[in-house]
Write a protein of this length. Sequence first.
Length: 611
Amino acid sequence: MFSYLGWRIFYTLPLNGLINSIFGILLLIAEIGGFLLSIIFYILFFKKNKKEKPVLNKLSGHYPTIDVYIATYNEDEMILKRSIVAAKKLRYPEKDKVNVYVLDDGSRENVKILAARLGALYIKRENHEHAKAGNLNNALQYTDGELIVTLDADMVVRTDFLERTIGYFADLNIGFIQSPQTFFNNDPYQFNLFSGDNIGNDQDFFMRNIEEQKDRFNATMYIGSNAVFRRKALEDIGGFSTGVITEDMATGMLIQSKGWQTRYVNENLASGLAPETFGDLIKQRDRWARGNIQVARKWNPLRIKGLNAIQKVIYLDGIHYWISSIYKMIYLLAPIAFLLFGFYSLNASFQGILFFWFPSFLSSQLAFNIVSEGRLTVLLTNIYETAMAPYISYAVISEGVFKAKNKFVVTRKGLNFKKPYYNLKLAAPILVLLALSVISLVKILLISNSVLSFNQPMNTIYINLFWIIYNLFALILASFIPFERPRFRKAERFATNKNIQVFSIDGHRICTGLITNWNEIGANIIVDKDIKIDKNIVLDIENHKISAQISRLFPLNEKKINLGLEFKNLSNKEYAYIITQTYALDSNKHVDPVYESNIWKIIPAFIKGYR
């Protein structure tokens, strides 16, 4: 890589004209920026994180008091209910030391009633300054737990969350621990591309790999939810950081700067809802990008006393990552600028590309694929980055240069719509880049067949041909993502294989069966085909009696039928049981899905899905 950069700096800059020089320098800056990101990436992954993972009995009988904060603003009651119930079902040796608080920044009477009905404590605030961080700080003055768990309203904790995390606080130097944010629904990449079984959530690699490796250097990033804080650590920095729209990143960094140790618990201990439309995904990432720029402006990691050198570099790298969207735009525009407008950004021979660029490109691809352990590939990353590049670039420039005054916006959750649509407005930047790239490719073909004259060396055509095709592949797939598929279900279904007994409403046993998937709204069960069943039935699931109504029936094979059920009049006990068996299932019983990350399956899956 160093030899490649040396070659680029000293031998390939186009210096024949001001515009060419500007384009060449911009491309070189993008490559150097990418090189710096790669260095930090491989430093993080140079050695596996093998830190000890303490268990709860490390506390030697002294179990700290715990406040569980569920922060909410405008989330649907259905979403909030499952989070409260799961928090109330948390296991802990001394349950009376755990208090669950609903922090309502929307001051809603129905949420107050819901919290009371479910046995949670309710805190509202009249002053809504500083958004989520202000909401959390407001709660600090009304509670006194030694440890504080922060949860977003849609994040449902697994019943063993405290058992898997609180043991770390036997070390009195631990300021906070962070566990990953995982998601029980498909994000827009997975859902809109019909690839939920093929590719993982685009945050998985950061949550399960990068954060794990940052833990080696005491640089774990607080990500806003699924974390546990020592109250004293928060008090040392004056509470959750305010004045930026990514209060989480700043809070964790400042705690570490005070000398506190932090840990990452890389287990699926709480899951929530990923953004459900491409538009909501863009809004979320726009907020993260702007927030990182704001943090850099207010708390430049290089100037924060108390952070060591590697911590500063890692936090600066996290901010730099968002700036790299500008690099991606340069890579997308550079071949277009040359082929359509004649502006050089690279003055290289084909032999130079072959001997310097190609080995660097190939080695980086192979190294990344090895390090990512199959969770992500360079080509899949290219699709993600291409899809977001126009929007994140705009966010970074508008925030960094013009200091835009964007407010904190909560990501919408729990959306339902019945008709598919193409979000043309959001797709426009991608479609423009796609059209220009196609025109560039057509021009290459016309030049190659002597239909158009070309007064530059032909080796530039070969170089740009590969470049355009590489960009086009990502742009085509990125253009599919704004196809918003209908979302019919109000809640995600969870696969299971529980045996059940089916009764009539008067208590007569009808048959046995098997639940294949379910949630708090309903289930799918399999029973024998020749059984006569009334529309209203009662299920016995592990000695839990649940009333249900058959909403649909369809054959499975010659002997079995599928029944779609809607649960009726669930009691609090029955509801809590279902939550603990689905969203909040113990982490040692939950199995994370394994994805191939095979991008070659995406296009066939998309075409098949829209037939």
